[in-house]
Structure formats: structure tokens, C-alpha cells
Ligand binder design. Structure first.
Ligand SMILES: NC(=O)c1ccc[n+]([C@@H]2O[C@H](COP(=O)([O-])OP(=O)(O)OC[C@H]3O[C@@H](n4cnc5c(N)ncnc54)[C@H](O)[C@@H]3O)[C@@H](O)[C@H]2O)c1
Ligand SMILES: [Zn+2]
Length: 698
């Protein structure tokens, strides 16, 4: 449909339209339409989005605004006049009882306030009650029940006609095959919802695809919509789809029956569906009586988005009163009584300019992509780790490529893929160095390892990285000795190695300039204090390969003095919890090396604590040993990370999800599906935050 030259031109056109307005409205409208139609094709037909969602929405809004200003420029085939894309010829087409529309979008508090004002004007009331619910990122579906039986399931298709996928919908266990509708006087009921795929199921599915040499799917949405349209229902069943049914779009009554009251409000209808066994978001929904409350909830919810089992790309705000909804009506594109509040974008495109190779503290060489700065999810991204050479090869990345970048929540940004269709032929391969960029030693790669390593123990970059790690927050926590100070001191010969921290020539520091009396005193104090840190922090700070904070705690707990570890061989180390052969080998090698023993002697001489006074007391102290915990919802007294630390300090373990292995679920405000699941299991002890605090004695 599009040649590769077309694709390049349209991509450039879209980017240009986003950046500046061309003067001529008629011309801009044509260009916007062209770009949007192309983006739609990439997104819906090819499932390979070319633009980030915000960019697409930005183009769409520009077109809408221009058309509003110049109504004469609106054409019938403008994307603003279309409901949606997405009909294939694989399944029979069926008409929806009520069109399945899109949603209008908002991105910030200001947009929401404007929308609220328009709502109140349209509704002709002073105050509107809203229901706020998650905007599930999956594939929309419409299901119809008649005479208590599920009779039809359909995709959204073009909004008017959808694909009939009843057999596949019946494979989804969350969707009841029957419901007692007659009891409420209902003959026919059409419900709208979203077919979703659990994040964990999605990850597993992608792992399998990759194991079979297939490219992983970009997101759970594509996985859900793809699966719904598979021709083999038994395959659909295997994929573990889930569903959320979030609104009643149509109903007819049995002859003589009265309209059930529950259908007077959106909230009432969701509760009713939920009580009948439908997967309605009755628990996840919040009723708000003002837009300020809506805004507050939206902001809070966005922070928790990553805790949810499903992908959520925003919230949907709906007018609660059904009579008002009716009164407000819809445009050809979206209902006027609902709006989406979209979370910060997680994807964007940028150009890969070059790749730098960075040496880490254990000598592994990591390729880091330098891209044109691009804002994603509230931060500007310029550098992205590419992990290792294999990742570069698998993704077939080249210098000069346009790349799709994603940054999800706290997760570090990564390159999803290059947009190969935009290549001009001038792209260049990424050449991995054969020698260490810091010291020039020949790099080595062990067979079972992904990374190339510099094995020169005195490699200058490795040395500074090790010092930085030792001083870092989770290790010795020497606050004033940040990364830039370490670098500065090392470069001036004042900080040759880790023990050197305790032997800094302060006159030399003062001579460097930039350090006042006060900052030197602060630094000295921070260094002095670090001498008292517990042994596990020292062990973690030494930067032994594969020894993270947890393993460092295990090692420290097992000995009375760090030198005791000199006597531990691999077999004995393997008897410790969570220590496998790989970790054991690394630990044993570390403590066998004379230079490391020398370093420990130096730390000892400097007065750094190397003993564990609590050896043997661990069991007594570990009041929660063997117990598992999980926190959900918003805690009001404790920070989540502090609460988790309280459990771990007492020997307990934090789990990632609710399962039969979970002993205690601590529930904060607005707890969601985890609480429901725990209640369902019945074996989990549910605690309030206060009960938890009493339990741990604070
Ligand atoms: N990146 C691109 O190139 C590109 C191209 C085309 C479209 N898009 C994206 O797709 C969007 C348009 O897609 P759309 O028309 O599906 O609209 P949408 O994704 O903005 O919202 C509408 C959909 O939200 C879903 N939804 C989830 N939870 C819901 C709930 N609780 N209540 C009501 N609806 C809920 C429904 O399936 C509904 O169809 C654009 O805004 C854009 O972000 C991106
Ligand atoms: Zn080196």
C-alpha cells in the first residue's frame, strides 16, 4: 500500500507537523489527514505503530481544531469523521446494537477542568457525579446476552460493524456463559468491555515466542487483539486471556417488566454486573463528586499504575447518572459523557546517533546508545543501555536508525526496535570493540556469558566504579562522597582505591579548589560514620560479582568476622539460602585473592567495622522468619519500601503476588484486585497497616 519512500516521507511529514504549523490551513489539513491515515494503517493494520500515542493524539487534535476553525475543510473521509479501524475478512461481520465509539482524550488537570465545565453546561446542572475507572489497554469487545445466555461476542471493528468472535470469547473464563437476567426483567443485554492479558502471562508468552525464534509482541494490547482473532479456539484457550466488562450499552426488558433501578447509574450497573458474576470493575471504580476529586485520584492512580496486574494506559471518567448520559449524547467519534485521562506516554521515537562502550566495576563492557533527546513519561531520555552485544544483533540496530523507545514507570528506558522501514541505506553497523576502551586490554568473553569483559584488575574505570559503588547509598552510604567527587579525587591521585577513602589527604582536597571548610568537614564526618555500618553493607560494597544486597545479608549473617569467609569453600557457601554454584564460585574466588585480603586488612586498620555481633542471634531476632508478606494499596504511615524493610529485617520475605504461598497481605487505602484475590483464596491473613505496625512492634 505504501512504498518505502512514501513511508519515509509520511513519517517526516508527521514529525514536521507536530513541530510547527504551516501557514496555510487548507494545505495543513490535507497533510495532517495523510499523516494520520498512514499512522492508523501502521497501528491498526500492521500492529507496528510508527508514532508514540501522544504524537498521534497531537496530530489528531491539530486536525480537529483546524476543522473546527474552518468547517469548510471537513471532508467525509477525514479521520475525525471515522469511528475506528479494524475489520478483517477472517470473521463474519455483525452490526453492533449501539456504535462502539472511541474516547475523547485529556492529558492534564487543565483539560479535565475544561471538560467538567463543558459537561455541566451540556447537562445543565451545577454539579456532576463522576465514576472514574481504569482505562484497560487491551482489545475492545461487545458481548450480548439473550434469555440469560451469552449469544454473541464481537470485536469493535469499525465501530458500526465488528467481527463475530463468539467462539473465542467463550474461551475466556472470566466471561460468564449465562447470567440470571430474567430475574431482573431483562431480555437482552449488550455489555462493553476490554479483553486483556495479564502482564505475567504476556511476559511468559513472549518468552515462548522468543524461544521458538519468533519476534516478541510489542505490548499486551496487540497480544489480546491478535489472540481474539485466532481461528483456532483451543489455541485461544491456551493463551489465558482475561476480560473486564465496564459498561452496559443496551438492554431490552421482558414484556411487562419494569426498568431495574440499578440501571439508573453507571455505578449501580457495574455493581449489579459484579454481583451477578461479571468481571466488572466495581472494586477498581471510584465515585467522585467534584472534578478536583477526580484530578486528585487520577494523579494518585498514575503512580500506582505499575502495581496493577494488567496494562492500564489511563483512566476513564464517566458521568454517573444514566439519564444525564442520555441527555448529553455523542459525537460521531466519542460519547460526550465520558473522557479518557491518558497517563504520560511511555513510548517515543528518536534517532540513534552513536553507541558508547562503558566499562563497569566488574569489567563488563556495556554498549550505551546515545539518542537525540526525547521526553518520555516526564523525563528527557538521551542514553539507553543496550545491555550486551547480543541485544544489538538480535534487534539489528544500526547507527542512524530511527528507534522506538519505551520507558515504563520506574523501569529503565529501552529500545523496542529500529523502524527498519525508515532506513535510507546510510545507516552504519555498530562495531563492538575488541579492546577495553579504558585501559586497552584485550576483552574476553566466557562461553556462557553475554558480556565482554576487561579482566585487568587495575583498569582505571573499574577502580573508580568500585569506589563509587562502595560509597553508594545502598552500600556504605557516604552521602557527600558522590560519584563526581570520587571521580575528581581519583583523577587527582587522592583516592587510589577503596581503603583510600579512609586515608584521604585533606590538604590535597582543599588545594583542588571548590571545597570549603564546611564541605570538607561534612565529608570527613560522613566517612567517619560509615565505619560503623553493619557488615552486610561492607560485603555488598566490596562489589563481589553476583553478590547483591540480599546475598550480602546472607553472607554477613553466617559469620562473626569477614575474615571467617576466607575459610568457606564453594560447597559450604552453597549450603546458604539462595546461594547457588555461580555465586559461591564468585565469592570463594574473591576471598581467595591476595589483593582482596590486603584490601580487607587496610579497611580493618582504618577502623571499618568488619564484625557481625549478631551472629547466631538471627533466628531469635527473626520474629517473622519463614513468613511471607505483600503490601497493597496506599499506606498512610509507612513508606512501602520501609514497610518491606521492616519485614525483611525480621527474617520475613516479600512476595510479588497473591498466591497460596502468601501468609500476610497488608492492606492500605484503595486496595484493589490483590485484596479480592486474597479473600477468595481464604488462606491469607489480611492485616491493616495499624495491625502490621503492632505486629512488628513500632
Ligand atoms: N501511535 C500511533 O501511531 C497510533 C495510531 C492510531 C491510534 N493510536 C492510539 O489509539 C488511540 C485511539 O484508539 P481508540 O479509538 O481505541 O481509543 P482509545 O484507546 O483512546 O480509547 C477508547 C477505548 O478505550 C477502551 N477502554 C478501556 N477501558 C475502558 C473503560 N473503563 N471504559 C471505556 N472504555 C475503555 C475501549 O476499548 C475503547 O474502545 C489514540 O488516541 C492513540 O493514542 C496510536
Ligand atoms: Zn580495562
Amino acid at each position: 500500500m505504501y512504498t518505502s519512500d512514501d513511508e519515509k516521507r509520511l513519517y517526516a511529514q508527521a514529525k514536521q507537523l507536530l513541530e510547527h504549523d504551516t501557514g496555510n490551513a487548507a494545505d495543513t489539513v490535507v497533510k495532517l489527514r495523510e499523516a494520520i491515515i498512514y499512522a492508523d494503517w501502521k497501528y491498526y493494520v500492521q500492529s507496528a505503530p510508527m508514532l508514540a500515542d501522544v504524537e498521534y493524539d497531537g496530530l489528531f487534535k491539530k486536525l480537529k481544531d483546524l476543522e473546527k476553525e474552518h468547517p469548510g475543510l471537513v471532508t467525509d473521509d477525514s479521520p475525525t469523521q471515522r469511528v475506528a479501524y479494524g475489520l478483517s475478512e477472517r470473521f463474519p461481520a455483525v452490526s453492533h446494537l449501539v456504535p462502539m465509539l472511541s474516547l475523547d482524550n485529556t492529558y492534564n488537570a487543565g483539560d479535565l477542568t475544561d471538560w467538567d465545565r463543558r459537561c455541566r453546561e451540556l447537562a445543565g446542572v451545577e454539579q456532576v457525579t463522576y465514576c472514574v475507572e481504569p482505562k484497560y489497554d487491551g482489545a475492545s469487545v461487545s458481548v450480548i446476552y439473550e434469555d440469560d445466555k451469552l449469544v454473541r461476542g464481537a470485536t469493535r471493528g469499525d465501530g458500526v460493524m465488528g467481527e463475530e468472535v463468539t467462539v473465542n470469547v467463550k474461551q475466556i473464563k472470566a466471561i460468564p456463559l449465562s447470567a440470571p437476567l430474567h430475574k431482573y426483567g431483562i431480555k437482552q443485554l449488550e455489555i462493553r468491555g476490554e479483553i486483556v492479558i495479564h502482564k505475567k502471562v504476556f511476559e511468559e508468552y513472549n518468552r515462548q515466542r522468543m524461544a521458538n525464534g519468533l519476534e516478541p509482541l510489542a505490548n499486551p494490547r496487540n497480544a489480546a487483539s491478535g489472540t481474539l482473532r485466532i481461528l483456532d479456539p483451543s489455541e485461544v484457550r491456551k493463551r489465558g486471556l482475561n476480560a473486564i466488562l465496564y459498561s452496559i450499552s443496551h438492554h431490552t426488558l421482558l414484556p411487562g417488566a419494569a426498568e431495574p433501578d440499578v440501571l439508573n447509574t453507571h455505578r449501580g450497573s457495574l455493581q449489579w454486573l459484579y454481583d451477578m458474576g461479571f468481571p466488572a470493575p466495581a472494586r477498581e471504580m471510584k465515585v467522585c463528586t467534584s472534578i478536583e476529586e477526580v484530578i486528585k485520584y487520577c494523579i494518585e492512580f498514575e503512580e500506582r499504575r505499575d502495581d496493577l496486574p494488567f496494562e492500564v494506559d489511563g483512566l476513564v471518567i464517566k458521568v454517573n447518572d444514566m439519564a444525564l448520559q442520555e441527555k448529553m449524547g455523542m459525537t460521531s467519534h466519542h460519547p460526550r459523557w465520558a473522557v479518557a485521562y491518558k497517563f504520560k506516554a511511555r513510548q517515543a521515537t528518536s534517532k540513534l546517533r552513536r553507541v558508547e562502550f562503558q566499562v563497569g566495576r566488574v569489567g563488563s563492557v556495556t554498549p550505551v546508545a546515545k539518542i537525540d533527546p526525547v521526553p518520555i513519561g516526564g523525563v528527557t531520555v538521551t542514553s539507553i543501555s543496550l545491555f550486551n552485544e547480543d541485544v544489538i544483533r538480535e534487534k539489528d540496530l544500526r547507527i542512524g536508525d530511527t528507534v522506538l523507545v519505551e520507558r515504563a514507570g520506574d523501569v529503565i528506558p529501552y529500545i523496542v526496535k529500529p523502524l527498519a522501514e525508515l532506513r535510507t541505506g546510510d545507516e552504519e553497523p555498530i562495531v563492538f570493540p575488541t579492546h577495553c576502551p579504558a585501559c586497552g586490554s584485550l576483552l574476553e568473553r566466557q562461553q556462557e556469558e553475554a558480556a565482554w569483559r576487561c579482566i585487568n584488575a587495575t583498569c582505571p574505570v573499574q577502580v573508580t566504579e568500585r569506589i563509587k559503588h562502595f560509597a553508594s547509598k545502598d552500600a556504605m552510604d557516604i552521602r557527600s562522597l558522590g560519584e563526581s567527587n570520587v571521580q575528581k579525587f581519583h583523577d587527582s591521585g587522592l583516592l587510589p582505591d577503596i581503603p583510600g577513602i579512609y586515608n584521604i589527604d585533606w590538604q590535597g582536597v582543599k588545594a583542588l579548589g571548590g571545597f570549603g571548610e564546611k564541605s570538607v568537614t561534612n565529608l570527613q564526618q560522613a566517612i567517619e560514620q560509615s565505619k560503623k555500618q553493619p557488615l552486610n553493607r561492607v560485603i555488598y560494597g566490596l562489589g563481589i560479582r553476583y553478590v547483591g544486597e540480599t546475598t550480602a545479608k546472607t553472607l554477613a549473617a553466617a559469620v562473626g568476622h569477614i575474615r571467617d569467609l576466607y575459610e568457606w569453600d564453594k560447597e559450604r557457601l552453597c549450603t546458604l539460602q539462595d546461594v547457588g554454584p555461580k555465586v559461591a564460585t564468585s565469592v570463594a574466588d574473591f576471598f581467595a585473592r591476595p589483593e582482596n585480603k590486603h584490601m580487607i586488612d587496610m579497611l580493618d586498620a582504618a577502623g571499618v567495622n568488619l564484625v557481625n555481633e549478631h551472629k547466631g542471634q538471627q533466628a531469635a531476632e527473626g520474629a517473622l522468619t519463614g513468613k511471607t508478606f505483600l503490601f497493597t494499596g496506599t499506606l498512610s504511615h509507612l513508606k512501602r519500601s520501609d514497610a518491606e524493610a521492616l519485614v525483611e529485617e525480621r527474617g520475613g520475605t516479600i512476595l510479588g503476588s497473591v498466591s497460596s504461598k502468601l501468609n500476610f497481605l497488608v492492606v492500605g487505602e484503595d486496595a484493589g484486585s490483590k485484596l479480592d484475590k486474597a479473600k477468595k483464596l481464604g488462606s491469607v491473613n489480611i492485616l491493616t497497616e495499624q495491625e502490621f505496625m503492632t505486629m512488628v512492634g513500632i
